[in-house]
Design a protein around this ligand. Structure first.
Ligand SMILES: *[C@@H]1O[C@H](CO)[C@@H](O)[C@H](O)[C@H]1NC(C)=O
Ligand SMILES: *[C@@H]1O[C@H](CO)[C@@H](O)[C@H](O)[C@H]1NC(C)=O
Length: 195
C-alpha cells in the first residue's frame, strides 16, 4: 500500500488532468489468481478442522464493508490490496514456515504480488474516474485491525498447530468473501457508489 499511497500523493501534488472515464477493468486472470489463492488456502490444511473446535474465535472480519455498497471503487481496491498485503506478511514469517508445507506456502506467497499489481492499475483508473481524493484509510485500517487480532491470537496460542488451522480457515473464508468486491469492480459501467 505504500506504493499506492505515494502514487496517490503524486496525483494530488501534480494534479493529473482528467482522463477519459474508464471502467476499472480487472483482467479475467485476476479472478483466476484469487481463486487459486483460495484453493491453496484450502489445500494447506494439515489437521481436521473439528480437531481444533475449542480454539475457534470470532476475529470480527469487517464483513459490512464487503457486503454493503459503502465502498467506492478506490476504497474497494484499497481493501482488497490490504487483504493481500496482510496475508503476505502473515504467512511470510518464520512461524508460518515452521507450521506449513513450504512448497504450498511458496505457491501462496508467489501469487500475491501479481494480484496487487493488477489492483494498482485499477486503482489509478478509479482515482481518475472518481476525481476526488477519497479517504482510502478507513478500509485499510479495518483490514489492519482484523489482522492485528489474528496476530495477537496466534501469539497468545504460541503458534500452535490448531491456532494456525483456525487462522487458515478464517483467512480462507474472509479472503474468499472479499473477492465479491472484485466482481463489482469488473462491472465496466458499474458505479458502485450510487447503487
Ligand atoms: C508439500 O506439498 C507438496 C505439494 O502438494 C507435496 O508434494 C509434498 O509432499 C508436501 N510435503 C510434505 C512434507 O508434506
Ligand atoms: C494477468 O495478465 C497480465 C497480462 O499478461 C499480467 O501482467 C498480470 O500479471 C496477470 N495477473 C495475474 C494475477 O496473474
Amino acid at each position: 500500500m505504500a506504493l499506492l499511497l505515494s502514487l496517490l500523493t503524486a496525483l494530488v501534488v501534480f494534479g493529473c488532468g482528467p482522463a477519459p472515464s474508464l471502467g476499472c477493468d480487472l483482467p479475467q486472470n485476476h479472478t483466476l489468481a484469487s481463486g487459486k489463492t483460495v484453493d491453496l488456502l484450502s489445500r494447506m490444511q494439515r489437521l481436521p478442522t473439528f480437531f481444533c473446535v475449542n480454539d475457534r474465535k470470532d476475529f470480527r472480519f469487517p464483513q459490512e464493508m464487503v457486503d454493503g455498497s459503502q465502498l467506492q471503487k478506490a476504497q474497494a481496491i484499497a481493501f482488497l490490496n490490504e487483504m493481500l498485503q496482510q496475508i503476505f506478511e502473515l504467512f511470510h514469517t518464520k512461524d508460518s514456515f515452521a507450521a506449513w508445507n513450504t512448497t504450498r506456502l511458496h505457491q501462496l506467497l508467489n501469487g500475491v504480488p501479481k494480484q496487487q499489481e493488477d489492483l494498482e492499475t485499477c486503482f489509478m483508473q478509479a482515482m481518475e474516474e472518481e476525481k476526488s481524493v477519497l479517504p482510502i484509510e478507513a478500509p485499510e485500517v479495518a483490514v489492519k485491525e482484523y489482522f492485528e487480532g489474528i496476530r495477537s491470537y496466534l501469539k497468545e496460542k504460541e503458534y500452535s498447530d490448531c491456532a494456525w488451522e483456525v487462522v487458515r480457515v478464517e483467512i480462507r473464508r474472509s479472503f474468499s468473501s472479499s473477492t465479491t468486491l472484485q466482481e463489482r469492480l469488473r462491472r465496466k459501467d458499474g458505479d458502485m457508489s450510487s447503487s
